[in-house]
Design a protein around this ligand. Structure first.
Ligand SMILES: Nc1nc2c(ncn2[C@@H]2O[C@H](COP(=O)(O)OP(=O)(O)O)[C@@H](O)[C@H]2O)c(=O)[nH]1
Ligand SMILES: [Mg+2]
Length: 158
């Protein structure tokens, strides 16, 4: 989950290998893509949620994502953010944590962030937030094998 245009679908496609089904969320025109990730003998359903700015539902996308989270109770939410705009994106991280959802934070677009001279102290962020943090440049595949491992480890305890 995360804001629009942060790379959620690129990551979703990597995890699912493109074995996906796209359907309107019941009663809405908002599309939700679902796929299966099969790795290390574990099979997980992955959901590419509509882009949202807040868990307080204003847009149809926010209403759908909120309903999805509440009804399907994910084993783990992967909050994908644009590393270039971490400050603007952290409030949604806090909302996810306050909602009691298990979360893994992925700072994506690290290729662009590095070009801007940005760097991140991952362990300080992990300590401050109390969640695991991954750096990724998903368009180049960077960080995605690690993300997959962490997801499996978290969900299946492997
Ligand atoms: N430079 C760069 N572009 C990315 C990265 N990840 C995604 N993109 C691009 O960002 C745009 C939005 O990606 P998408 O996965 O559709 O975002 P979504 O709206 O969150 O699902 C696309 O043009 C992607 O190719 C990344 O790590 N680096
Ligand atoms: Mg998308």
């Amino acid at each position: 989950m995360g804001s629009p245009n942060v790379g959620k679908s690129v990551i979703f496609n990597y995890l699912t290998g493109g074995r996906v089904q796209v359907a309107n969320y019941p009663g809405t025109t908002v599309e939700v893509a679902r796929g299966k990730m099969i790795w290390a003998g574990v099979s997980l359903e992955i959901v590419d949620t509509p882009g949202i700015y807040s868990l307080l539902p204003i847009t149809a996308e926010e209403q759908v994502t909120r309903r999805l989270l509440w009804t399907e109770k994910p084993a783990l939410t992967v909050h994908v953010v644009d590393a270039k705009n971490l400050e603007r994106m952290l409030p949604l991280s806090f909302q996810i944590l306050e909602a009691g959802l298990p979360m893994l934070l992925t700072l994506n677009m690290m290729d662009e962030a590095r070009r801007l001279g940005l760097s991140f102290n991952v362990s300080a962020l992990e300590r401050a937030l109390g969640v695991e943090v991954i750096l990724a440049a998903s368009i180049r595949g960077e960080g995605l094998p690690e993300l997959r491992e962490r997801v499996i480890k978290y969900v299946a305890g492997l």
